[in-house]
Write a protein that binds this ligand. Structure first.
Ligand code: 3PY
Ligand code: ZN
Length: 640
């Protein structure tokens, strides 16, 4: 019918020139665009209907069938709070009015401990394979703007969310950032930046990091937690400098590894204090302490935070942990009592296990003694949403039942622990899991007892799996080093492409492994990379993908192939971020009504009607839909 409308149009019939036709009748072209988008979405739904789910890592279907309710928040008189507009109260006002330095000073002055909520980034990265979509974050964002108005920040971007958004969720991470920023203007946003790697897994030229951070700041990130996976300060500094240039809040971070209280530990109090001195000299607004495996015991927290506080009374300290060992709340209480200014927590049903400790558990534990600026009733209301939401993402859960008492031994970071367990479960080998953990510990020692977090944790994990698969002991690895075909990540590590480990590389293992295959790099890898020609990249992308901006350039720089695939999927199916999550993850049910807001004021009502028989000659099936009352047919290749 649309084509008919177009063909029958007076101007079209009269054969008048096309350019004025477009100018004079924009509504028709908008209609083409939106019909096009609708058709592409039908194609996605039809594909799901015929071929089943195709999101990587998905096991089964969501347990929740209707979107979670948005809970009410109540004021002190028991009246429902109006959340139709975001709250205007929050730490972001301080930041915008007074700038990063004064903001950091005010944070330090706060009499109590502030909280950062990680639910939108690390919590789902650690529990749900980073699969939570913008759709579900945006739905709860207006409520969050009010419920967490007193929070130091929301961690909502960076880490693995960047590539997973494009790679598996087929959505634009920049669009996520802008959407959330619009909905939550009052609470600072924090991102996780992997130093000289940006949000990738290996070094990029420095100008690409600067460019990325500049876009991140412009599109809504306020605070940048910058770390290097080996605590290699040269690498860290690349990220720190980029944030400095962009005018963001710098949270240069030391990664805490193992249990420093154990005698003979390589990473002990002296190590951390020396690192802190250097980070302070580098110029940071806030010191981050990143306990990625959750091995910072309460007694170690007291000693570490207490010592840094004594030495640097004015330095704001922000502590991050994972609850893998089950001691997260106790450790964060101890941090708060020992002088930390901010600690990380997650909404209750997205907390615990390999995620951050529970916000309400922490609030209860601090009860009365330490102010947090947080309304405990409001966070419980938010939890009602997340408890349901977790069921929607049940198909990405690793079956982790409780704390892992072995974390002090194997030191596997939270997100990786869930990942490795998930992989072992998929293989159906309970025994394999115990083996993997044991091998991880051995692999770490073989590599020289390194700091383990993305991307070094992958090096250790890959070596561990290599040892398990090939039934190799540590002695075997040392003895056969010259002849084994090690995973690429291990070769990269020994070459020096991940940075320089504290205490140097283990010898003679490094020499034996690299023999005749790779060189030994002694400087940071980014120094060897030629700067990207950003103007040329933009031109090339524009010629291939049309309308692109600096954020696209930054996406491409981080993940060229992932970005290209993302563009192709977008070309094929349109903007999939508008689909409700159940419909994104599960085949449409015949007769159901799917409501899709493709943009403000434009709603599609889609009703799947029938799936046709297989056409044996073409291998295709027709899928029938009703789209806003009109019948549509989509032909799909049956891949079964
Ligand atoms: C990441 O780099 O994604 C991490 O979460 C490290 O802890
Ligand atoms: Zn973390």
């Amino acid at each position: 019918p649309f084509l008919l409308t177009l063909l029958m149009h007076q101007v079209f019939i009269s054969g008048d020139c096309w350019t004025t036709f477009i100018d004079d009748t924009p509504q028709l072209f908008e209609m083409v665009a939106s019909q096009n988008r609708a058709q592409k979405l039908l194609h996605y739904l039809a594909d799901l209907a015929v071929n089943g789910t195709f999101i990587k890592g998905q096991v089964g279907l969501p347990k929740l069938h209707t979107p979670p309710d948005i809970p009410h928040l109540y004021d002190e008189n028991g009246e429902v709070l109006d959340i139709s507009k975001p709250s205007s109260v929050g730490w972001r006002q301080v930041l915008l009015e007074r700038g990063p330095e004064e903001f950091a000073k005010e944070v330090r002055k706060f009499n109590g401990v502030l909280l950062m909520d990680t639910t939108w980034r690390d919590a789902h990265q650690s529990l749900l394979a980073t699969r939570v979509r913008t759709y579900d974050l945006a739905a709860i964002a207006p409520t969050t703007s009010h419920a967490l108005a007193g929070a130091f920040a929301l961690e909502c971007w960076g880490g693995a969310t960047f590539d997973v958004a494009m790679r598996f969720l087929h959505e634009d991470p920049w669009e996520r950032l802008r959407t959330l920023r619009r909905l939550v203007p009052n609470i600072p946003f924090q991102m996780l930046l992997r130093g000289a790697n940006g949000v990738a897994y290996s070094s990029l030229p420095d100008n690409a990091i600067d460019h990325f951070v500049e876009q991140a700041k412009k599109n809504g990130v306020d605070i940048f937690r910058v770390f290097d996976a080996l605590n290699d300060l040269d690498q860290l500094e690349v990220g720190v400098n980029a944030v400095k240039k962009a005018g963001g809040v710098i949270e240069a971070t030391l990664c805490y590894s193992g249990d420093m209280l154990q005698p003979g530990k390589k990473y002990n109090l002296d190590y951390y204090l020396e690192l802190t001195d250097k980070i302070v000299k580098m110029g940071t607004h806030i010191l981050g302490i990143k306990d990625m495996a959750g091995t910072l015991k309460p007694s170690a927290a007291k000693l570490l935070i207490g010592s840094i506080r004594t030495k640097y009374p004015a330095l704001p300290i922000h502590v991050h942990t994972h609850d893998s060992a089950g001691t997260g709340v106790a450790s964060m209480v101890q941090c708060a009592l020992s002088g930390a200014d901010v600690v990380d927590v997650a909404i209750n049903s997205m907390s615990g296990l390999t995620s951050q400790p529970s916000i309400n558990a922490l609030l209860s534990s601090l009860d009365g003694d330490v102010d947090t600026n947080i309304n405990a009733d409001h966070t419980r209301q938010l939890d009602a949403y997340w408890a349901e939401m977790r069921l929607l993402y049940s198909c990405f859960e690793a079956d982790l039942k409780g704390p892992d008492p072995e974390v002090y031994q194997h030191e596997i970071p939270g997100g990786q622990l869930t990942n490795l367990l998930f992989q072992a479960q998929q293989l159906g080998l309970g025994e394999q899991w115990a083996e993997t953990k044991r091998a991880y510990r051995e692999a770490n020692m073989l590599l020289g007892d390194i700091v383990k977090v993305t991307p070094t944790s992958k090096v250790v994990g890959d070596l561990a799996q290599f040892m398990v698969t090939n039934k190799l002991t540590s002695d075997d690895v040392r003895r056969l080093a010259g002849s084994l075909d090690f995973p690429d990540s291990v070769m990269d590590f020994f070459e020096g492409l991940v940075g320089q480990p504290y205490g140097g590389f283990p010898e003679p293992l490094r020499t034996d492994i690299l023999k005749n295959k790779r060189r030994k790099l002694t400087c940071r890898p980014g120094l060897e990379l030629a700067p990207f020609d950003l103007i040329k990249i933009r031109e090339e992308l524009a010629s291939r993908f049309g309308n692109i901006d600096e954020c696209d350039v930054a996406s491409y720089n981080m993940y060229p192939k992932v970005y290209e695939d993302f563009c192709k999927i977008k070309e094929q199916y349109g903007d999939l971020s508008v689909l409700p999550t159940r419909n994104f993850l599960s085949p449409p049910v015949i007769g159901e009504e799917i409501v899709v807001n493709i943009e403000k004021g434009k709603t599609l009502i889609i009703k799947p009607q029938a799936i046709g028989d297989l056409n044996k000659a073409t291998g295709r099936r027709e899928v029938y839909f009703e789209l806003n009352g009109e019948l549509r047919k989509v032909s799909v290749l049956d891949k079964s």
